[in-house]
Design a protein. Structure first.
Ligand SMILES: NC(=O)c1ccc[n+]([C@@H]2O[C@H](COP(=O)([O-])OP(=O)(O)OC[C@H]3O[C@@H](n4cnc5c(N)ncnc54)[C@H](O)[C@@H]3O)[C@@H](O)[C@H]2O)c1
Length: 433
């Protein structure tokens, strides 16, 4: 069993890597964080979190000032002095929806150069099934050491939810699959120091890889079902939100919430990792692909709602200003990765609209780089048509009088359509009738 005296090196200090490193450090481990971005490294060494996440700034400040966490761009130096290396680097998809594993490969190449006998490598990045076997083990064995005999390896997926990351990391169950029992035991002895959640041991590396992908594919597919039901309900004159809420009282039903599309670094990407490997092995993964297609088409559906509403007031879209409320992919976060707001902005602009956007969490420069004109809340509300995309807390207080030009597309079920309609606002929403 490993004790707390050794150093852990965490490769990748982003949304998941930094809180993980900080929690290891808080629980008495000596932690060095490695990131290729010198600005991130500098901020952490100054005791600041570059990521907006409740509680993280204070935690980073505490563990850095206590000397338990430091950061560096020098992965070789960090690896040399560490017994455990944790990889939490990004794993996006490319333009063909295939996994881009360059960061994982690069981190593992660095680790292989300083890997020592009895070291443990922990992979947390989300990866397609068989990545440990086909890519990571051969890269680590470039060290001249043999996986299992000389060094340990586990895969343990992270499930923390942004905006509640620290709570989830310290309470969620932790799934661990490894190359051998010794690796799993060692990893379990580390993670049980930071989480009260159950440690769930699975048979091997590939099972653990698949667990993460199944979870997010379940959610993405369920959201696609909700979106499809919502569009059908709109056409049938049914309020889908009311119907879904009622259906979910069935003890074995949990239909998710329809919306403008699925964003973020997980749900909109991870199902493609299953598709990629399934197709390579001759399986079709048709339901998973269809779900992705439905969710990716939702911004187009929102544009249809906009056009229908503008038609009601005889305003051509190419002569309209559109005010988007919320660019982040979900409420109360600043994360815009894969946000459905971006395809929405692009379609609206292609149709000739002037697109303005407000987001209390996202800096104006980011809004601009995503294609919209950044404006304050009031200016967004004064556009010809207002589209609510993100369920930020602030937006839950919007009243009919706030919608200056009386056209409101509310893609999240956070406001009551009737409150707006009885005050003369044209109110449309995904699944709302
Ligand atoms: N964000 C989430 O909610 C979430 C949840 C569960 C799992 N994950 C998975 O965790 C992994 C990391 O995601 P994230 O959201 O933390 O990403 P992120 O983009 O926020 O952070 C990744 C960090 O890794 C750094 N990096 C890139 N290449 C590196 C290298 N070779 N060596 C060292 N650092 C490197 C980047 O500079 C960045 O700071 C991904 O595989 C993701 O799918 C993310």
């Amino acid at each position: 069993m490993l004790n707390k005296k050794f150093q852990i090196a965490v490769f990748g200090l982003g949304y998941i890597g930094l809180p993980t490193a900080a929690l290891f450090a808080k629980n008495g481990f000596s932690v060095v964080g490695v990131d290729i971005n010198p600005e991130i490294v500098e901020a952490i060494n100054q005791g600041r979190s570059p990521i907006l996440e409740p509680g993280l700034d204070e935690l980073v400040k505490d563990v850095v000032s206590a000397g338990n966490l430091s950061a560096t761009t020098d992965g070789l130096e960090a690896g040399k002095n560490s017994k455990v290396m944790v990889v939490i680097v990004p794993t996006p998809i490319d333009e063909n929806n295939k996994s881009d594993l360059r960061a994982v490969k690069s981190a593992c190449e660095t680790i292989s150069k300083t890997l020592k006998k009895d070291d443990l490598v922990i992979i947390e990045s989300t990866i397609p099934p068989k990545t440990c076997e086909n890519i990571i083990i051969p890269l680590l064995e470039n060290s001249g050491l043999s996986a299992s005999d000389d060094f340990g390896l586990v895969y343990t997926p992270e499930r923390a939810l942004p905006n509640n990351t620290l709570h989830e990391m310290t309470h969620n169950a932790r799934v661990i699959g490894g190359i051998n029992n010794k690796s799993v035991d060692q990893a379990a002895s580390i993670y049980e120091k930071i989480t009260n959640g159950k440690i769930i041991r699975v048979k091997d590396l590939i099972t653990a890889e698949m667990v993460k992908l199944m979870e997010n594919t379940y959610r993405d597919t369920n959201i696609a079902l909700a979106n499809e039901l919502a569009i059908i309900c709109e056409n049938l004159g049914i309020d889908a939100i009311e119907a879904i809420n009622a259906a979910n009282h069935h003890p074995r039903v949990n239909i998710h919430t329809p919306g403008p599309g699925v964003g973020g670094h997980c749900l909109s990407i991870d199902p493609y990792f299953i598709v990629e490997m399934a197709e390579r092995k001759g399986s079709k993964a048709e339901l998973i692909k269809t779900a992705r297609m439905i969710n990716e088409s939702m911004p187009l559906h929102v544009v249809k709602l906009v056009e229908d509403s503008l038609k009601d007031i005889r305003k051509p879209i190419d002569d309209s200003t559109i005010g988007i409320l919320g660019i982040a992919y979900k409420g109360n976060v600043a994360d815009t990765r894969e946000t459905p707001a971006v395809p929405l902005i692009n379609i609206l602009k292609n149709r000739g609209a002037t697109v303005k956007a407000n987001d209390p969490y996202v800096p104006s420069t980011n809004i601009e780089s995503l294609g919209a004109i950044p404006v304050n809340f009031q200016e967004a509300l004064s556009c010809d048509c207002v589209i609510l995309i993100t369920d930020h807390e602030l937006y839950k207080n919007i009243t009919p009088d706030d919608i200056k030009n009386r056209v409101f597309i509310c893609t999240r079920p956070i406001l009551n359509p009737e409150d707006f309609r009885k005050k003369g606002v044209i109110f449309k929403g995904v699944g709302r009738f």
